[in-house]
Design a protein around this ligand. Structure first.
Ligand SMILES: Nc1ncnc2c1ncn2[C@@H]1O[C@H](COP(=O)(O)OP(=O)(O)O)[C@@H](O)[C@H]1O
Ligand SMILES: [Mg+2]
Length: 315
């Protein structure tokens, strides 16, 4: 097909032109999001799967659903070796600023900014851009012990969100890279938020061993979280993931080529050399009005390449 209109641009975390085969996970996430907004409890969800199955794009998809539903979202990717405190402070600060614009939550949010500032001080988070006048009262989230300070901080966020009649969703990709201390503090935080019925929900993604890591960190993690397994797409979903974007570009892919793509990818990737052939611009189908996005440009990856991240690394 015309390389200019080829809809496939494989790469780790690159949003696919069609998100196929994840309806049940998305439906469960939507229910959790609605429950929390309605003031009910919902278990946090940790999407578990091997590299390349599609956790990141699914997590980002759920984050967009949350935003569309009116959530304040915090989306983090946990790279190895970075502290959760460093990653959380800047986005939580902007959450508190946004909440402070809601009249009835202004005082709570301003106090929250003080708590955040003291937390940042206790953990030596380098973040220069503080407003004057939010020094904060000592004694909350500033002991220097993450396992008590992170819950205090996230409870503050939850209280502020509740005062503003809003909900907050945290998204953390690569949860297996968090240190045991960070993971433990995060689990304790979610536990306390649950006990207090505050409108904060967590969606994470990680490698399968994350379930065991969470259980080792806190034995009650298994009751606190759902661990939806994210596996390779089944054959139908894999066909859809390839055929739909091709058709949308006014091209078609023959059954043999489709069968080969599905067979070679084993449901974990699509290839930018999809075997699609253009039927001519005269037959272009009208573009559907659904969301479009600009995928980063990556070099096309050989059909024999097994994994999308390998394709990206040649770019
Ligand atoms: N449901 C899906 N349908 C079609 N393509 C998908 C789907 N899920 C993931 N992909 C594609 O697979 C590749 C790997 O996805 P990614 O989310 O990075 O995997 P992971 O985070 O599990 O390593 C990306 O290029 C993405 O566009
Ligand atoms: Mg990923």
């Amino acid at each position: 097909m015309d390389p200019m209109t080829n809809p496939f641009a494989p790469g780790a975390g690159t949003r696919p032109p069609a998100l196929a085969g994840r309806d049940h996970v998305i439906a469960a996430a939507e229910i959790a999001l609605k429950r929390v907004q309605a003031g009910r409890h919902a278990k946090s969800q940790m999407l578990l799967g091997l590299r390349g199955v599609g956790k990141t794009v699914l997590l980002n998809w759920i984050a967009e659903l949350a935003e569309d539903a009116g959530y304040l979202t915090v989306v983090l990717e946990a790279p190895e070796g970075q502290r959760l405190a460093d990653m959380l402070v800047p986005p939580l600060r902007s959450v508190l600023f946004r909440l402070s614009r809601v009249e009835r939550a202004r005082d709570v949010a301003n106090r929250g900014l003080g708590v955040l500032r003291r937390f940042a001080g206790a953990f030596k988070v380098k973040y220069a851009d503080w407003e004057v006048g939010v020094d904060g009262e000592p004694g909350r989230a500033d002991s220097g012990r993450l396992e008590s300070d992170l819950p205090d901080l996230l409870l503050t966020i939850g209280e502020t969100a509740k005062a503003a009649d809003r909900a907050v969703a945290l998204f953390i990709d690569g949860v297996q890279y968090l240190t045991a201390e960070d993971l433990s503090a995060l689990i304790v935080s979610m536990h306390k938020l649950e006990q207090r019925g505050l409108p904060v929900v967590l969606f994470g993604a990680g490698l399968p061993q994350l379930a065991a890591l969470a259980g080792e960190a806190k034995s009650y993690a298994e009751r606190l979280f759902e661990f939806p397994p994210i596996g390779p797409l089944d054959a139908d979903a894999a066909r859809k993931a390839v055929r739909e974007p091709v058709r949308e570009e006014g091209a078609d892919i023959d059954e043999d080529a489709l069968a080969r793509v599905v067979e070679q990818t084993k449901g974990t990737r699509t290839s930018s050399k999809s075997g699609a052939r253009t039927r001519g611009t005269a037959r272009r189908a009208p573009r559907s009005p659904r969301r479009t996005w600009n995928a980063p440009r990556t070099r096309p990856c050989a059909t024999s390449t097994r994994d999308f991240s390998a394709c990206a690394s040649t770019a």
